[in-house]
Design a protein around this ligand. Structure first.
Ligand code: 6PG
Length: 469
């Protein structure tokens, strides 16, 4: 008999998603050239479920119920185009092909058009939650045409994470919207990870906390307003022993940070729109700067750190850093969501922000109790320009503002790098300033380049012959 769903690429994500589908009663078939991955798939299946692995793409396609529904989980870029090229001769009109990887949305747009000409539905779907999420319930961000979504909706709802019984999946807009939302999710992920690592330095260098104490702090934070997946795993990380030395693993890990590009794409696209996402930009820049290991060691010998130390007592400092992390985390979501709003109208994707924040509440890497608060904000006003303009969010931000300023001031005076926190605060201070100092930039542009300016007291465009003094 024929199978309900097919998967191309049985790496850990593909395999786990497929097993998750099988656990929810779907009969599934996976394709991977690597025979070992096919047997690994079958061996991992829950007894009683229908799971098959094959080493020929054509065999898999023949064994699928029509219209066929299949997903590919292969590395972004050329591998996706290669899979499409080998699939095309095997497919028929009405089939649905899903790209569940981290593809760039412009590639997705191109592929949607390419397959539409052949009568095949192509959907870009963001999947978040890592290995574990894929197996037990990821957050799923689908975009594309609604007819195709209807065909896979029951399956996606079945396998997704659930929050209060609601599946963490919803139709998130047209064409490349799924991958766009996932890209911005990853930008926010970069920002929050940067902020957590700054909090770690502030507690470790600023207050001398050891790994056990850091574990306790993050564990208690995860039980309060900062409850989130990233804070939760951070607490765990401090306790992990190294099996190659007598140290904690975190202390022997190199500080050069890797990246696969999705954070960078978020910043690049934000510049393109344009929309301001400085916390994400800083997070990307700090991963890059972390790679300058030799130069940093050289500079460390030249530039001595200031002698100033943190003056708050330890308990007080922990509370202040908590508040700064809360503040800057809200700012990171605010910038990412503002970006989605702008991109949605600019690229005509019709991304429903109230649904985005609901989908992010569970399963994904940036899930946190804050998303419940944002969900309420969008319930009050679905067209909110920036979540900072919501009354409830404003109240929360104001409650931690002064501790945030204090942390940043002390970090600056002690020479502890907190670029993420600083970016969050400077965005906030500019955003809450009704009249910025950019009138001077307009004057300068007009002075040297006759770029013209507008006035505050009358309509029109003006140019002045500026006088040298
Ligand atoms: C997720 C993650 C996932 C992955 C990214 C981040 O939502 O499950 O975002 O997509 O961890 O690849 O990668 P880098 O940090 O390597 O850029």
């Amino acid at each position: 008999s024929l199978y309900d769903f097919g998967m191309i690429g049985l790496g850990v994500m593909g395999r786990n998603l497929l097993l998750n589908m099988a656990d929810h009663g779907f009969s599934v078939i996976g394709f991977d050239k690597d025979a070992a991955k096919n047997s690994a798939l079958e061996a991992a299946a829950t007894p009683g479920t229908t799971v098959k692995g094959v080493a020929e793409l054509a065999t898999m396609v023949q064994l699928l119920e029509r219209p066929r529904k299949l997903m590919m989980l292969v590395p972004a870029g050329q591998p996706v185009d290669d899979v499409i090229a080998s699939l095309l001769p095997l497919l028929e009109q009405g089939d649905v092909v899903i790209d569940g990887g981290n593809s760039h949305y412009t590639d997705t747009l191109r592929r949607v058009k390419q397959l539409r000409e052949k009568g095949i539905h192509f959907m870009g779907i963001g999947v978040s939650g890592g290995e574990q999420g894929a197996r037990t319930g990821p957050s799923i961000m689908p975009g594309g045409d609604l007819d195709a979504y209807a065909k896979v909706q029951p399956m996606l709802e079945a396998i997704s994470a659930k929050v209060k019984g609601t599946p963490c999946v919803a139709y998130l807009g047209k064409e490349g919207a799924g991958h766009y939302v996932k890209m911005v999710h990853n930008g926010i992920e970069y920002a929050i990870m940067q902020l957590i690592s700054e909090s770690y330095t502030l507690l470790q260098k600023g207050a001398g906390l050891n790994n056990d104490q850091l574990h306790e702090v993050f564990k208690s934070w995860n039980q309060g307003a900062l409850q989130s997946f990233l804070v939760e795993i951070t607490a765990d990380i401090f306790l992990q022993n190294d099996d190659k030395s007598d140290k904690r693993l975190v202390d022997v890990i190199s500080d050069k940070a890797g990246s696969k590009g999705t954070g960078k794409w978020t910043s690049q696209d934000a510049m393109e729109l344009p929309v301001a996402v400085p916390v994400i930009d800083t997070a990307v820049a700090m991963r890059t700067l972390s790679g300058y290991k030799e130069q940093r060691l050289e500079a460390e010998a030249i530039y001595k750190a200031p002698e100033n130390t943190i003056h708050a007592d330890t308990e007080m400092w922990i509370k202040q850093v908590h508040d700064a992390l809360y503040f800057a985390t809200i700012l990171s979501y605010a910038q990412g969501l503002a970006m989605l709003r702008e991109a949605s109208s600019d690229l005509k994707m019709e991304i429903p922000l109230p649904e985005v924040v609901k989908v992010w509440r569970g399963g994904c890497i940036i899930r946190s109790s804050l998303l419940e608060i944002f969900t309420q904000a969008y319930q009050k006003n679905a067209d909110l320009a920036n979540i900072l303009l919501d009354e409830g969010v404003a109240y929360l931000v104001q409650s931690v503002e002064s501790n945030t300023r204090s942390v940043i001031a002390q970090a600056a005076s002690a020479g502890i790098p907190v670029g993420g926190f600083m970016s969050a605060l400077s965005y906030f201070d500019a955003f809450r300033t009704g009249r910025m100092a950019t009138n001077l930039i307009q004057a300068q542009r007009d002075y040297f380049g006759a770029h013209t300016y507008q006035r505050i007291d009358m309509p029109g465009t003006f140019h002045t012959e500026w006088q040298q003094h």
